[in-house]
Write a protein that binds this ligand. Structure first.
Ligand SMILES: *Cc1c(COP(=O)(O)O)cnc(C)c1O
Length: 360
């Protein structure tokens, strides 16, 4: 057995062990081709079949209807920050954004840089993004409403998605797509860099309602044009072939585990185990408000930065790695994506209790 630590990294993040084992097994000879998946032509039938299989799984797991297309793109969520306003803000309409953290802020900045009409209709910046705002209204001239479903850095997550009526709802779900069940057909567009919950870095899953494809203007860079990539089944240029392959394996793993409800139940249990320790303690101070807590990234502070450093160091000695919080929040962040096991979280929780006893 290979030596594996308990990996709480925020992204790239831990992947399911069976997926890694399959990759290892198939690496030299993919399905009898006598080549690895990285050496195969993206124009071959073998690869085309793989893309189609991945597209079907991506839709099946959440229950997207036939009104949606799945694209596998490059450039991470960051490329989508530009692609969304470029493709979707047309005809004197305005992009509307809800600012719930650093990633949302970056999405807004791209719209601004591109000179697109936009407005921020709600923000939780006033309290260092500890909560999800609920009070906002959608304009009649809105091209879309953009939300960030899970705020990876701050540890907050939308508990219920907003009702935007006929206005397309767009979401950056980079760190929580496939963590729980929701009605996917309420969304017009969902995008997610794969490296948190769905695969390796370098591939971005974009799920777009077909009617939105008609908005893509001709005069935008081809690499960011949704319509073009939909027409070419994600193969307009050379895609991240290896990345798409691993995403397909992760999707298959979710199905083999019993599907999204089984995954959600496990995720809620893991998050609850950590929040229980935080709530029973005066030593640990959770960052996110209770009504906005994430089940993917749990964030908290300790009484001093000295203790926070010590916490991270002592955790590492026990092979609990990747727990240092992002610099804009400080403290500790435990990223507990789908591939994190209950046993892994159990180990963390035991360590938290011991550390508090010793230093609290
Ligand atoms: C990690 C992350 C990003 C950044 O993604 P890249 O793939 O590095 O561009 C954007 N949004 C959210 C919510 C994230 O968690």
């Amino acid at each position: 057995m290979a030596h594996r630590v308990i990996n709480f990294n925020p992204g790239p993040a831990t992947l399911p062990l069976p997926v890694l084992e399959t990759v290892q097994k198939e690496l030299l000879d993919y399905h009898g081709e006598g080549m690895s998946i990285m050496e195969i032509s993206h124009r071959s039938k073998t690869f085309d079949d793989l893309v189609q299989e991945a597209e079907v799984r991506v839709k099946q797991i959440m229950g997207f209807s036939d009104d949606y297309r799945v694209l596998f793109l490059q450039g991470g969520a960051t490329a989508q920050f530009a692609a969304v306003p470029l493709n979707l803000i047309t005809d004197g309409k305005t992009g509307e954004y809800i600012n719930t953290g650093s990633w949302a802020t970056k999405a807004i900045k791209e719209a601004e840089k591109l000179g697109k009409p936009f407005r921020v209709i709600a923000s939780s910046e006033d309290d260092n993004f500890t909560y999800i705002p609920t009070d906002f209204s959608v304009g009649t001239d809105a091209a879309f409403v953009h939300i960030t479903s899970n705020n990876t850095i701050f540890g907050t997550q939308w508990q219920e998605y907003p009702d935007t009526g006929d206005v397309p709802l767009v979401a950056d779900m980079s760190s929580d797509l496939y963590c729980r069940r929701f009605d996917p057909n309420r969304f017009a567009l969902i995008y997610a860099g794969a490296q948190k919950n769905a695969g390796p870095s370098g591939v971005t899953i974009v799920i777009i309602r077909k009617d939105l494809l008609e908005r893509s203007p001709k005069n935008i860079p081809s690499i960011l044009n949704y319509k073009l990539f939909a027409e070419k089944n994600s193969l307009y240029n050379t895609p991240n072939t290896f990345g798409i392959y691993v995403v397909n394996l992760v999707m298959k793993w979710i199905q083999d585990e019993g599907g999204i409800d089984v995954i959600e139940e496990r995720n809620r249990k893991k998050a609850q185990m950590i929040y229980e320790v935080l709530d029973a303690s005066d030593f640990y101070r959770p960052h996110a408000r209770k009504d906005s807590r994430s089940i993917m990234n749990v964030t908290w502070r300790l009484p001093s930065e000295e203790l926070e450093k010590q916490f991270v160091a002592e955790a590492k000695e026990r092979e609990l790695v990747g727990l240092k919080g992002h610099r804009s929040v400080g403290g500790i962040r435990a990223s507990i994506y789908n591939a994190m096991t209950i046993e892994g979280v159990q180990r963390l929780v035991e360590f938290m209790k011991e550390f508090e006893k010793k230093h609290g």
